[in-house]
Each structure stands twice: as C-alpha cells, then as structure tokens.
Design a protein around this ligand. Sequence first.
Ligand SMILES: C[S@@+](CC[C@H](N)C(=O)[O-])C[C@H]1O[C@@H](n2cnc3c(N)ncnc32)[C@H](O)[C@@H]1O
Length: 326
Amino acid sequence: MSSEPRFANSPAAPGADPADPAELRGRYLDLLRDALTFNLWDGRDGSMWRDGSLTRKAVRVALSRRRLELTRRLPREWRAEGRDWPRLAHTMIGLRRMDNLRSCVERVLADGVPGDLIETGVWRGGACIFMRGVLAAHGVTDRTVWVADSFAGLPAPDAGKYAADARDQHHRYTALAVPMEEVRENFRRYGLLDDQVGFLKGWFRDTLPTAPIERLAVLRLDGEMYESTSDALHALYGKLSDGGFCVVDDYGNIDGCRQAVDDFRATQGITEPITRIDWTGAYWRKGTPATARTNGTGAGVAPGVTATGVTDARVTDARVAGAAAR
Ligand SMILES: C[S@@+](CC[C@H](N)C(=O)[O-])C[C@H]1O[C@@H](n2cnc3c(N)ncnc32)[C@H](O)[C@@H]1O
C-alpha cells in the first residue's frame, strides 16, 4: 500500500475495469485534485510576489501597469506539498491534504455521518470545490458545501484579545484577498456551482455564530490566525456530528493556529488524538459515528484507503522541520 498520492495521469490499476463506476469516480477526483492544485503541470505554477510592504506593493503596481508581474520559481515539490502561495492554482494546499480531505468526506458518506461540509478560509475556493466534486462524484444531493471567508483577506490582529496574533502580518497581503465573485466563478468553471454551495461572506466572528447550518460532518479550518481558528471552533465545533472530522490546515506551520486548537481542545476536554497529515495539516475525528455504535464497527476509524486506491496519506506526527513559505 503506497502513501504517495496517485496522479490523475497514472494508468488504471492492474485488472481494473476502466468502465467501472468506482474507477471512473476515482479518475475524475484525481483529475479534479490535480487541476485544482496545478499538479497536472508538474507543479510549475510559480509563487506569487507577496507585497507585504509598501515598496513591494509599489513595485507590483508599477509592473502591472505594464502588464508585467513577478513570479518566484519554486521546486515542483513545493506545489505538490502545498508550501507556496501559487500564482494560478485554485488552492494552496498540496496533494496529501487534498487526499485527506477527500478521505474525510468519503468516510463520513460511507459511515452515514450526518451534516454539511465547511471550510473556514477558502482563498480561491479550491478545497471547497473539491469537496463539492466529491459529493457530485458520489451522487450526494442532500448536503451543502459552505464556503466561509471575508473574501477580503485576514483581519488585522487584535493583540489585546489574542496575544498569539500580536505579530501576525497576514492582513497585509493583498494576495490573500480573493473576491467572492472570483471564487463563484472558479466553482462555475468546474461545473460545480449550484444550490449545494453556500457562501458565508464576512469576518468569521460575525458570520459563523449565526450561519444557517444545522449540522456538520466535515469542519476544515484554514484561517491561519489564532482569532480565525478560535472563532471557527467556538462557533462550529458543537455542530460537528459524532464521527465527523475536524481538519486544521495550519496546525504544524503557524504557532497561533496550533495554540488556538490546543487551547480549545483543552478547555472543551477533547481527547481524540490529533493525526498529522503532512508537514502542516492535522485532523481528528470527533467521537464515534452513530452507525458504528449501533452495529459495533468503525469506532474511531481514521480516513484510510478508499475504494479507488487513494490513500489519506496519513503521516502520524510527521512535522517537517525547516522553512515553509506559508
Ligand atoms: C490561507 S487562505 C486559505 C487557503 C484555502 N483553504 C485554499 O484551499 O487554498 C486563508 C483565507 O482565510 C480567510 N480568513 C482568515 N481569517 C478570516 C476571518 N477571521 N474571517 C474571514 N475570513 C478569514 C482569508 O480571507 C483567506 O482567504
């Protein structure tokens, strides 16, 4: 069993019937993942110029007047591993975190865990588009993918309230502000914009506590800061069904995010173990699905190998040392 992601352009598994629906579903989802992450092009996307300072911004604006832009070339592994802010890809996250997301969604479908799916912090929308694609591939029509973002970047830190965010600079990056219309257009391009997609526009502290969500089966957090992570957990974790997954994109990479998760887990008495996905992503499964409690199976099962041969690429405690662009 390989823990390496299978690429969309891999040949069919030996002996597989190419017309088998599960094989076709797997191929569609591999292709969708590789298009969203830009891995069809060997990851040769390039990383965006981050204009955190006024000088950098002035350079970017001056160049753009001449229809020029600066792109940083990075090794292809950076895109595959989701270590960059890509120029064109529709998601920042890499292959392992995409496979984990797919496995989480497929696991809750297989186990009948009730609820919708949400990502808090969507940028260009790629991870949410992928979740909608997984629902479509499985013919699921009774769940919504919620797309929560300011669509204007990150908030300035409120150091008085969240000391861990005191030095956070994310709000300075215009590259993180993607308008909602652009995200909607990205969904549309993949043929996945419909009434099973709901948009929650605004700061998490304002939108999430009153969001019209009854229950969740997958809660994916990608808001980077302590405040953003904490706001999402406090507003939504109580709605996560037993057997649902809580996925945290920046657990390994951003101290404030990790601290928000650790604080929340400590105050709520959450003891389910955290599993690392890759150098930054992590997840845990909340409780036991109701179906497993009645038939005695599946207790605490983490997402694993699916029928299509895609693995969740679990790497337990595989925090990768070294520099990360995000
Ligand atoms: C790193 S990006 C998300 C990447 C995305 N998940 C992907 O697949 O590429 C972080 C996003 O979180 C949003 N965000 C962060 N904190 C927020 C907050 N408190 N309220 C609303 N949006 C927030 C930003 O606007 C940005 O789009």
